[in-house]
Design a protein around this ligand. Sequence first.
Ligand code: NAI
Length: 328
Amino acid sequence: MSTPVKVAVTGAAGQICYSLLFRLASGALLGPDQPVELRLLEITPALKALEGVVMELDDCAFPTLAKVEIGDDPNKVFDGVNLAMLVGARPRTAGMERGDLLSANGAIFTAQGKALNAVAADDIKVLVTGNPANTNALIAMKNAPDIPTERFNALTRLDHNRAISQLAAKAGVPVTAVKQMTIWGNHSATQYPDVFNAEVNGQNAAALIDDQAWIENDFIPTVAKRGAAIIAARGSSSAASAANATIEHMRDWVLGSPAGDWISAAVPSDGSYGVPEGIISSFPVITSGGTWTIVQDLDVNDFSRARIDASVAELQDEAAAVTELGLI
Ligand code: NAI
């Protein structure tokens, strides 16, 4: 077996991590031949609960789990880490304004960005799942000036998977028949899942479905509001599916995306598709050799353009708000 890859995970005593950590430890990220060392960060009051999670990890006796360390100091927990999954975030509570949410999360992601900058390994890749994910990733990125900006991503893979599942159900095909799905923009209700560039069994999905009313009134809102529907049904937010998406994003980033397809990932914009530089927005992305590239030259029709622009405008608003708060 090779040297363990050090994987940092924040929010480790939370809901998502109760799924995520066991899959990471069992080899779901990097395969059965690559041991991992888990570095788990929590806030001090949650360390006791995290100790219980670690006991359960021990009790699984996973052959690929080389070591687990826990702590509440990012400068220690992130020391030498190769991959960081930033899941922990401050949730929006009743009466909290957007500015309060952004500043509470700003405090978390400025500190974590600085710590990664100071102590992470040279090959660090950072994936932010904690909401507001795109803007939290932007804050971490801006606070880590020595880490190349392309090493910061935010998660829209769950939205991508949700869109594939909804389209497959509508077309009456297995999910494997759906390719080239794209989520554009923010991981929020303004996100735009694009069927105009997607394919079902090699055919253009929008042409095959031929039902604009379904796309506008059913598909897009179902995907964009799926998180709220799960809270309404389950009484708590999506956790196992978010953990799954976090693993899939990082796995594809490290090992490469599937041939003949692309994935959705929120990455620092290079100006592609008219999305201004300076924000972290979701695009169609291909990954290979540990790097990502935005798929170019897709057709963006007027319907898509208006929706992408609206979501990008929201991201620009969030970036302006955190700039005003002095967080970036
Ligand atoms: P949770 O509330 O169960 O767990 C969050 C954990 O983060 C808590 O244990 C908390 O103590 C910890 N935490 C808070 N501040 C921290 C800090 N500074 N350092 C380390 N840990 C810290 O929440 P859950 O369900 O696990 O969700 C986590 C985040 O993921 C939320 O922000 C949620 O909105 C987001 N999410 C994102 C999705 C996406 O697709 N991007 C999908 C689903 C959830």
